[in-house]
Design a protein around this ligand. Structure first.
Ligand SMILES: [Zn+2]
Length: 278
């Protein structure tokens, strides 16, 4: 059995069929999914999803939603987290972080605002003693500096795609590294080096579905431009992704399924009763 530490089940790609997609993932061997939020507008949705489908969730403001968020939203997040503190399906603050890739968000003002929204959420996580699920696209060093500054020492650097040195820095800070479909590409040499360099205890599995299709689902740009639709990724792909990651780690798939689940519980301790119950 496998745990998907990052899936956006409320994404438009699944629409009305999300329950069917979830069932297929269960049949494929995925026992539990962590559903991160992206903005105030979907906090209630991800919580309701988790309760309805036996999954768990996180609440936060995604860096690409930070531009629309105000200090009022951060206050609302604090209230929502405190209100959900007795909800055992709430497992983290997330998805939060920094994104230095999305072109529209690269003005100095947008970056400064992202940083403020991120650090105030880190402070909330520390105060409420919750782990974080962080997005670090092209911004690993700045995320790590913020984690150090605020003193957050537990969580997941999701969709990790940095260098070996950056992986070591996050791991030394106490964060686990999320790996998924990106590792299935033959050309992902930097990620493969990081997988080989860090201990297997450092990694947790995720799909980031419906994004980050594995190599076998990926539709190259030329085909997309010719009208072929990008395939929708889903947690049903996680066992196959897990087997490929196991090979990179030099582990048997069953042993890696057990270890990656144990790693997920270390990163997000509130997963423990749900993993045991599944
Ligand atoms: Zn995400």
């Amino acid at each position: 059995m496998w745990v998907d530490t990052h899936c956006h089940w409320d994404a438009a790609e699944y629409g009305q069929a999300s329950a069917t997609w979830r069932e297929q993932a269960g049949q494929a061997g995925v026992q539990l999914c962590v559903v991160p939020a992206v903005a105030r507008s979907n906090w209630a949705t991800v919580a309701a999803w988790a309760h309805a489908h036996g999954d768990v969730y996180a609440l936060g403001i995604h860096p690409l939603c930070a531009a629309q968020a105000s200090t009022d939203d951060v206050l609302a997040l604090e209230q929502a987290l405190r209100a959900a503190s007795g909800d055992t399906r709430l497992v983290a603050v997330g998805e939060i972080g920094l994104d230095a890739w999305e072109p529209a968000q690269q003005t100095p003002q947008a970056q400064a605002h992202q940083q403020t929204v991120f650090e105030s959420q880190l402070a909330l996580a520390r105060e409420l003693d919750l782990p974080v699920i962080v997005h670090t696209r092209r911004a690993v060093d700045r995320v790590l500096a913020a984690l150090r500054r605020v003193g957050v020492r537990r969580g997941i650097a999701h969709a990790f795609s940095g260098s070996v040195q950056q992986a070591r820095g996050l791991w030394a800070q106490g964060l686990h590294l999320g790996v998924g479909g990106a590792a299935t590409f033959d050309g992902a040499h930097r990620l493969h080096r990081a997988l080989a360099a860090l201990p297997p205890q450092a990694w947790v599995l995720e799909t980031d579905a419906p994004d980050i299709a594995p190599q076998w689902l990926y539709v190259p740009r030329a085909q997309r431009e010719a009208g072929v639709a990008q395939a929708i990724n889903s947690p049903a792909q996680l066992p196959r992704i897990g087997r490929e990651v196991a090979a990179r780690l030099g582990m048997a798939p069953a042993a890696w399924a057990r270890l990656s689940t144990a790693n997920a519980v270390r990163a997000l301790p509130r997963l423990a009763p749900w993993v045991a119950a599944a």
